[in-house]
Design a protein around this ligand. Structure first.
Ligand SMILES: NC(=O)c1ccc[n+]([C@@H]2O[C@H](COP(=O)([O-])OP(=O)(O)OC[C@H]3O[C@@H](n4cnc5c(N)ncnc54)[C@H](OP(=O)(O)O)[C@@H]3O)[C@@H](O)[C@H]2O)c1
Length: 235
């Protein structure tokens, strides 16, 4: 990558939320509380993007392949000049990734992993043949650098972050989220240990983040919302 390149992809995020703002249960079981319509939306949003980003934790919890099951969506991408499948991007600070994860058994699109030099040597060796590894020497992945690499080296212009909450929060706090899709689902979970959109309740963000509603649709009891995130964090 040209180190001076600061261009980054447009970053959208997509989450299903309960009415009390939870993205999962306290046990982190697969987030399967939304409808088929929501799941269809998820792949449609994914299909418009050049890359899909999740944490290694969410990839494992949700047993994701991060693919596009619908051939029509893949054909539409090819017609637009995109690869049939988006690039798959994993994020982990510790580098603890199981090389036997389902997504590594699917080879329809490259996998790119951003982590740190804390990644255990055995994991590095196992993953080298299955993914591009970018290991930052800092304690945590440099998120602006990650996005700049995705843009410059992989041609990613539009990326969707599909979670979970901790990596969404980190991107949001760094001013790196441009758009947010939220599906409000008619469920209430409760529980202090079930993560919210920004994780378990904890410290405030450095500043509150204003959102501008761009679209709202109610289908079958769920509310589909699309927000633009303020271009700059207020000081
Ligand atoms: N409802 C939804 O739409 C939705 C969407 C996605 C996920 N989920 C659910 O959410 C749960 C997981 O969410 P979560 O908030 O607990 O975890 P998460 O954000 O998926 O992953 C957290 C992990 O990512 C790593 N990490 C955190 N910040 C990072 C950063 N800045 N850079 C790099 N790595 C970082 C850390 O682990 P390491 O460093 O050890 O890797 C951390 O433990 C799962 O139950 C999943 O099913 C729901």
């Amino acid at each position: 990558m040209n180190a001076k390149s600061k261009k980054r992809p447009f970053v959208t995020a997509n989450f299903a939320l309960t009415w009390d703002g939870r993205i999962s249960t306290r046990r982190g079981t697969p987030a399967d509380f939304s409808s088929k319509t929501d799941k269809r939306r998820l792949v449609e949003i994914r299909a418009r993007c050049d890359a899909v980003l999740v944490s290694a934790k969410t990839a494992a919890a949700d047993n994701m392949s991060m693919g596009l099951p619908d051939a029509a969506l893949r054909a539409a991408r090819s017609a637009r000049g995109q690869r049939a499948y988006p690039l798959r991007v994993l994020l982990t600070n510790s580098g603890r990734i199981d090389p036997a994860l389902r997504l590594f058994t699917k080879t329809f699109s490259p996998v790119v992993i951003f982590s740190t030099t804390r990644m255990p040597a055995r994991t590095r060796t196992a993953l080298t043949a299955q993914a591009d590894l970018w290991l930052h020497e800092s304690a945590s992945v440099n998120l602006p650098a990650m996005l700049a690499i995705l843009r410059a080296d992989y041609g990613v212009r539009r990326l969707v972050c599909e979670g979970g909450a901790q990596i969404f929060r980190a991107l949001l706090a760094a001013g790196l989220i441009d758009e947010l899709h939220v599906t409000l689902c008619p469920r209430v979970f409760g529980g202090e240990k079930a993560p919210t959109l920004t994780g378990l309740p904890g410290a405030f963000l450095p500043a509150s983040i204003p959102l501008t509603l761009k679209k709202m649709e109610v289908i079958g009891g769920e509310c589909f919302l699309r927000y633009r995130v303020a271009a700059r964090l207020p000081h």
